[in-house]
Design a protein around this ligand. Sequence first.
Ligand SMILES: N[C@@H](CCC(=O)N[C@@H](CS)C(=O)NCC(=O)O)C(=O)O
Length: 246
Amino acid sequence: MKYQLFYWPSIQGRGEFVRLALEYCGAAYDDVARREGEAALENLLARRTLATPPFALPCLKAGRLFIAQTANILQFLSMRHTLCANSTVKRIWTHQLQLTIADLVVEIHDTHHPIASGLYYEQQKAAAKRRSADFIKHRMPKFLGYFEQILARETARDAWLTGKQVSYADLSLFQIIDGLRYALPKASARTLKKCPRIQALHQRVMDLPQIRAYLGSKRRIAFNQDGIFRHYAELDHSPSKTGRWP
Ligand SMILES: N[C@@H](CCC(=O)N[C@@H](CS)C(=O)NCC(=O)O)C(=O)O
C-alpha cells in the first residue's frame, strides 16, 4: 500500500516530521501536492464529509483512513512500522516526547510570527524581536536542556531518547536541531554547547543510511523563508557585553 501525504509542497514545515518517519522506515508514499499542486490540499481541507476531516496539514491517507495532527500520524505509523519500541510504556513515552516537540514547534514558529500567522513578518517585526529574545534566553535552553537530561539518563553512549531503539521522536529531535541551526545559528550554537548528547544524536540520525539517502535526495526540500524555521539575522540575538538582552 502506498501512503499519500498531504502537505505544502514548497516547505519542510510540520510535514517534514512525517516525511522523515516515512523515509526512515522505507514506506512507499506519494507527496501529493509536490506532484499535483496545492489544489489537492485545498480540496482535501474542504472535504468535511470525510469520517475524520483534517483541520490543518499535514494529513496522511492510509487506505481509506485520513489521519491529521503530526504526533497522531507518527503514532499511527509506529503501529505499522518499526518506529518505536514495542511496549505500551515506550509507546506512550514516545508520544509524550513527540507532543513536547509539537509544543516547541509552535514556539519556534512564534519567534517570527508572534502576533498572527496571517500577517507578514514585516508587520510584526518589533514583537518578533522581543519574542525571539525570550525564546533564545529562556525557552530554547529549557526545551533543549530537558531533552539533554533525558539522553543523559541512558548510560549507553549509543542510546536514543527512549532507550536502545531509535524512534520517531529521535528523528523529530534531529529535525528540530537542523532547523534551529538554520534559523538561529548563533543562538542555537551557544545553547547546544551545553547539549553534547543532543548534538551527537543529531549526527547519529544524519548517519542512518535511510536518512542520509533522503537528505541527499531531491525529496528533501531546502530550508527557506516560508517554513517554520526561518533565518532573520536580526532575530538571532546575542546578549550584549554587559549581559543585557533586547
Ligand atoms: N497541531 C497540528 C498543527 C497543524 C498546523 O498548524 N499546520 C499548519 C501548517 S504547518 C496549518 O496548516 N495551519 C493552518 C491553520 O492553522 O489554519 C500538528 O502538529 O499537525
